[in-house]
Design a protein. Structure first.
Length: 166
């Protein structure tokens, strides 16, 4: 490796580190102290959850009948998933899901962070993602057409939008 190559790699690494830290600083500066998760299924916003209180807004979409919020007080939300259809593994450990015949993805909110607790996909990458409370780390489950984004820059009065079901 030439001296100029080492210099270029060093400068590029330093610039990358500075950019990364700047993005983290901007994210922290814009944070309001409120943490909300927006759940999208097939590119439609279907659910918004306050990660601190487990309060939620259920949107009036064609999928509203496939969303179950009966365990919302415990931080458990069931949302639709395209490839999640075999629920035997979940039914073995989740009595509520079995008794209510729930088919879909189980989202779990704990310590103001959200994660995918159960889903079916070819390699189960969705469940392997760590819990998140950062807008820089969304939960993405492409086989199930599900995306969960976290918003830390919203005020509490923005939590209730105009087009909601509940």
């Amino acid at each position: 490796m030439k001296k100029s190559d080492v210099l270029f790699v060093s400068i590029a690494s330093v610039l990358f580190l500075i950019a990364f830290l700047a993005v983290r600083l901007i994210d922290a500066a814009q944070a309001t102290g409120e943490v909300y998760a927006k759940v999208f299924y097939q590119d439609q916003l279907i659910l918004m959850i306050d990660l601190k209180t487990n309060e939620y807004v259920l949107y009036n979409t064609p999928f509203k009948d496939r969303i179950d919020v009966g365990m919302a007080e415990d931080g458990v939300f069931y949302v639709p998933g395209t490839s999640t259809v075999d629920m035997d593994a979940l039914y073995a450990v989740d009595e509520y899901a079995r008794d209510n015949g729930i088919v879909g993805i189980k989202l779990l909110v704990e310590s103001a962070k959200i994660r995918v607790a159960y889903q079916e996909s070819p390699r189960d990458y969705c469940e392997l993602q760590p819990p998140t409370d950062s807008r820089l780390r969304p939960l993405i489950c492409l086989p199930n057409e599900l995306v969960v984004t976290v918003h830390t820059d919203m005020e509490s009065d923005e939590f209730i939008p105009d087009t909601v079901l509940e």
